[in-house]
Structure formats: structure tokens, C-alpha cells
Ligand binder design. Structure first.
Ligand SMILES: [Cu+2]
Length: 321
């Protein structure tokens, strides 16, 4: 339609019902997708509470021992305004807490199953078979516990998730999280953001009705992700969507470097859209050139309209001199 052809039916008011995404807001008191963006190793908890779930100590070779406590618990979560999902969670949240180690660290995860079904934790990365959490004998029954222990390698953006059967149901119910392993030679300092693309089958018909990044549909449309113009922004992007074969991330107004699985130091692509299969991950790096608001969303328009859409707000650095 040309600019001059606006009729009352096509006025802004006439399109009020066409606003993408649900109307209203989800409470962020129990889970805040914005807090999840920049939290790892339970950094979002007060110190004394954090100590219960995460402890780190130096080892003689200069690496660290990192000890975690993860528990499975059934919990209803709000994924869109007034839309509640009967989730199975790690530590009460979907995605579960982000675990972050450096290559060569020793990781010890005590898993307690407080849920109503048998669960496991299956980590991506190198580990002995008895730590795999995938075979029938690996199942941790309700009320049971298991200690997963392995060295963190290789460096890259990995996952952890339940591997009890039926697998797609256990993952889709919410039992997944990011297991990030940094290289020994650290990546350059950056504003780092954890983004988990996920979907929810609210009527259990094997198809998702709600999509999001970090669980809450359209959250970052209401709460823009604030970044600084010119600063390096690093996005840790993981696809934990079930039922749909692929998901994607598209960023407006710029290009980014992409490191698939984050396991190599050289970028493999320079693009504005990246496609990830189920369980696939990528690290994305860019610098915002202009101040202003930049949309990001799945390039599957259906997903975007069902909640997988948000915006960045880039601002000039404050000069206090
Ligand atoms: Cu499970």
C-alpha cells in the first residue's frame, strides 16, 4: 500500500489487534529472562545462597575444581501472559542454571532428583561412559542422587540435559541448560549474553504453541537488551527447541561473526542469520555501530509471531569526565 492510500481501516488504530506477540506481561519474580542473560555459576544468587549450589577451589596444576548442586523439581512456569506450563526443571528454572568452567577444570555435579519421574543429566563434552546419563542404568529415580564428575573439555558452548526416555518429552518439559567451557587462553572481554531458543507445547499435541528466547515469549520486546555502541557483544546461542527440526536467529541492521559450537578460535561465518538444528549451538560476536533499537528474531516468521522476537537497545557509552 502506498503512503498516500491510508484509509481508516488501515490506520494504526485499525491494526491495534495485529501487534505481534501476546498482550500483557509475565511476572519476573521467579524467573527473569534478562537476569538469565548475564548469569552463570549461580552469580544471580546472594553469596551465602550461591555457596550451597556452587563452589570453586584452586587445584595444584592451576586449574579449578568446580562443584555444583543441581536438583530436578516439577514446577509450573509462566511462559506468556496467563499461559502456564507444567515444567520439569533444574533448580526450579527453565533453562536450568548456566554452568561455566575453563578447559581443564574438574567439574563435579551432585544431582538430586526431587521430581516425580526418573531423570538424568547428560553433559555434552568428553567424559567416561558411566558419566553419560543416557542408558537405562543411568536413570536417577525420584528421591535418588548421582554425582557426575569429569574434566571440562573441549572448550566450546555445550549443553546439559536430561536423557531419560521418552527423550523429547523430558527435554521439552524443561530439563536443559548451558554448559559453557572457556578456552584456557580467554576470549577477549565482551558483554556476554546467554540465549536459549526454546518452545513449549502447551496442549501436548507434539507441536509448539509458544516460542521464546529464554522461555518467556516476547520478553525482550518489552525489556530491550541494553548494549553499548562499539563494545564487543558476545552471544552464546543454543537451540533447545523440540518438535521443530530447526530454529534460527536473525539480527537486524548488522552482521556478526559466527563460531559454530564455539570450539574453534576462528570464525566460520560472517552473516546476519544463523540456523541451528535441535541441540546445536553457536557463539556470535558483533559490535553495534549505531545507537538505537535493533530487532532480533527467528527467521521462521511463525516462531517470531508466537513469541520468538526481541530487541536490543544500543546506547553510546556514558562519558562521566
Ligand atoms: Cu527427565
Amino acid at each position: 500500500m502506498s503512503a498516500g492510500a491510508t484509509s481508516p481501516a488501515h490506520s494504526a488504530a485499525g491494526h491495534a489487534g495485529h501487534v505481534m506477540g501476546p498482550v500483557g506481561r509475565v511476572s519476573t519474580t521467579t524467573f527473569d529472562p534478562g537476569l538469565f542473560l548475564r548469569a552463570w555459576n549461580f552469580s544471580d544468587l546472594p553469596a551465602e545462597r550461591r555457596h550451597r549450589f556452587y563452589r570453586e577451589s584452586a587445584r595444584p596444576d592451576g586449574s579449578r575444581l568446580r562443584e555444583y548442586e543441581l536438583y530436578a523439581v516439577d514446577r509450573e512456569i509462566e511462559i506468556a501472559p496467563g499461559v502456564f506450563f507444567p515444567a520439569w526443571t533444574f533448580n526450579g528454572q527453565v533453562p536450568g542454571p548456566t554452568l561455566r568452567a575453563t578447559e581443564g577444570d574438574h567439574v563435579r555435579v551432585t544431582f538430586i532428583n526431587q521430581g516425580s519421574h526418573p531423570h538424568t543429566i547428560h553433559f555434552h563434552g568428553w567424559h567416561p561412559p558411566e558419566m553419560d546419563g543416557s542408558l537405562p542404568e543411568h536413570q536417577v529415580l525420584p528421591g535418588g542422587r548421582f554425582v557426575y564428575e569429569f574434566d571440562a573439555e573441549p572448550f566450546g558452548l555445550h549443553l546439559y540435559h536430561c536423557h531419560a526416555v521418552p527423550l523429547k518429552r523430558h527435554i521439552h518439559k524443561g530439563l536443559y541448560g548451558i554448559f559453557l567451557v572457556d578456552p584456557r587462553e580467554p576470549r577477549p572481554p565482551a558483554d556476554e549474553l546467554m540465549m536459549v531458543m526454546n518452545g513449549f507445547d502447551t496442549d501436548f499435541d507434539g507441536d509448539n504453541e509458544v516460542y521464546a528466547v529464554n522461555t518467556v515469549a516476547s520478553h525482550f520486546m518489552h525489556e530491550p537488551i541494553r548494549v553499548e555502541v562499539g563494545a564487543l557483544v558476545r552471544i552464546y546461542l543454543a537451540n533447545l527447541t523440540e518438535f521443530d527440526l530447526i530454529n534460527s536467529f536473525h539480527l537486524h541492521g548488522m552482521f556478526f561473526d559466527a563460531y559454530r559450537t564455539g570450539s574453534r578460535s576462528a570464525a566460520v561465518d560472517h552473516t546476519d542469520t544463523i540456523m541451528l538444528c535441535q541441540g546445536e549451538r553457536a557463539i556470535l560476536e558483533t559490535r553495534f555501530r549505531y545507537p538505537g533499537t535493533f530487532m532480533f528474531h527467528a527467521h521462521q516468521s511463525e516462531f517470531a509471531e508466537l513469541g520468538w522476537m526481541g530487541v536490543f537497545r544500543a546506547e553510546e557509552a556514558r562519558r562521566d569526565t
